[in-house]
Design a protein around this ligand. Structure first.
Ligand SMILES: C[S@@+](CC[C@H](N)C(=O)[O-])C[C@H]1O[C@@H](n2cnc3c(N)ncnc32)[C@H](O)[C@@H]1O
Length: 319
């Protein structure tokens, strides 16, 4: 693993004014100080832990746009699992801006929702039944017996997804559910229009470079295997089609494609800048050129990029 570029500055401590003091590391057995560091790199802010997406305002806005894209895709449903109408203990892994957790808490006042994340990027004013905890879900968990464990868009986030699902299983209450929602980052087109394109090259690099550092980005197609292997039963898989760009004739797909293009405006850079400059020897300027060409393909109505998005859920059997 190569050393990070010298544009890095590391600041100790949390860099916002939120009230996380009491809520740090109650969730897993330990929390190293690395998790609480932030670093500035190539004009973006990241946290110190080896996670490769930024955590600045720009990224928070993008995550909220992605939330809207996913709600549009899933007909405004937050999840598909047939959970009880009055769940109690609910966990949102890698909660990001906490938008899913807060929407869930509003819809289910019976639930106590815990959102955990490495970054303190959640708002201070939240529904009374939501709590955010700053922690690393790859550590050993201390909280148990969740009725519902949810994870969305956690590509590249775990060092070992199979282990993470085993940890989920141990901490799911009998009869409870796990649900993950993830992209398939192998894009395709039905007419060959992505062949030889920059957007195709972008996703090949993304998948390949993360694989080289032991991080799986293409999580969607692997979810079913991980969930079954962890021991869950009644596993169901739903696959959605999501275009990039507003080129489809179908109105629903056109809306999805437009949202995808808007979030990807900053998402293309966010996805590869850190991995390519830290580990693959690329300069910021080289990444900028790749990102500009990829954006141009995303906006080109003649390039018909498609992705699959997976929602997979399963149940822990009653004892
Ligand atoms: C792409 S974002 C998705 C956020 C949210 N799930 C959503 O759908 O809006 C991934 C989030 O996972 C968090 N994350 C990454 N690795 C993590 C880890 N090991 N433990 C806890 N959170 C992690 C990141 O800080 C980031 O906020």
């Amino acid at each position: 693993m190569s050393a990070p570029p010298d544009t890095v500055e590391v600041d100790a401590g949390l860099d916002n004014d939120s009230t996380y003091g009491d809520e740090i590391s109650k969730y897993t057995a330990s929390l190293t100080s690395t998790v609480l560091e932030t670093r500035k790199e190539n004009g973006r802010t990241y946290h110190g832990y080896p996670y490769y997406m930024p955590n600045d305002e720009n990224e928070k806005e993008r995550l909220d746009m992605m939330h809207e894209l996913m709600l549009t895709m899933m007909d405004r449903k937050l999840f598909l699992s047939p959970i009880s109408s009055s769940p109690h203990r609910v966990l949102d892994l890698g909660t990001g801006t906490g938008v899913w957790a807060m929407d869930f808490a509003d819809q289910y006042p019976s639930a106590e929702v815990i959102g955990i994340d490495l970054s303190p990027i959640q708002p201070n004013f939240v529904p009374p039944n939501v709590k955010f905890v700053i922690d690393d879900f790859d550590d050993t968990w201390v909280e148990k017996d969740f009725d519902f464990i949810h994870g969305r868009y956690l590509a590249g986030s775990s060092k070992d997804f199979a282990k993470l699902f085993r940890e989920c299983y141990k901490n799911t209450a009998p009869g409870g559910w796990v649900e993950f929602q993830e992209w398939d980052t192998d894009l395709f087109s039905q007419d060959g229009s992505t062949d030889g394109s920059s957007i195709k090259q972008y996703y090949e690099l993304l998948n390949g470079e993360f694989a080289k550092i032991g991080r799986i980005i293409n999580t969607g197609p692997r979810l079913e295997g991980w969930i079954r292997d962890a021991g869950y039963k009644n596993v169901q898989v739903k696959k959605y089609l999501v275009p990039m760009g507003a080129w489809p004739k179908d109105k629903h797909l056109k809306t999805l494609g437009a949202w995808n293009m808007i979030e990807a405006e900053s998402g293309f850079e966010a996805g590869v800048m850190a991995v390519l400059t830290r580990h693959a020897g690329w300069s910021k300027e080289e990444v900028d050129i790749l990102v500009a060409k990829t954006r141009s393909d995303a906006k080109n109505p003649a390039v018909h990029t498609l992705f699959n998005f997976y929602v997979v859920y399963g149940q822990k059997q009653e004892d």
